[in-house]
Design a binder for this molecule. Sequence first.
Ligand code: FES
Length: 101
Amino acid sequence: MFQPIGSPKAPVTVHFDGVPITACPGETVASCLLRNGITRFRTTPVSGAARMPFCMIGHCFECLVEIKGLGSQQACLTVVVEGMNIATQAGAARVAGVGHD
Ligand code: FES
């Protein structure tokens, strides 16, 4: 579906829900996940419906994921970093001191 353009660079590895996946340096988390066939980024707090990126420019907030343990991170605006831990966001974001598990 998505392929990088330009000259190839050494790939980096990130983890999504504990599974290592290959990312291109400089790409966003959203493009990395979509390119790897991942379309379930979060679930809604009320119905649990699966959501995925829509606008890819930071407006719709459908791409929210957990990055490095922090919830409600916009995957379409966050650039991948080697070793980054990304996770599906289930329902509302985690807030320090307030669990939802
Ligand atoms: S895809 Fe719309 S804000 Fe990220």
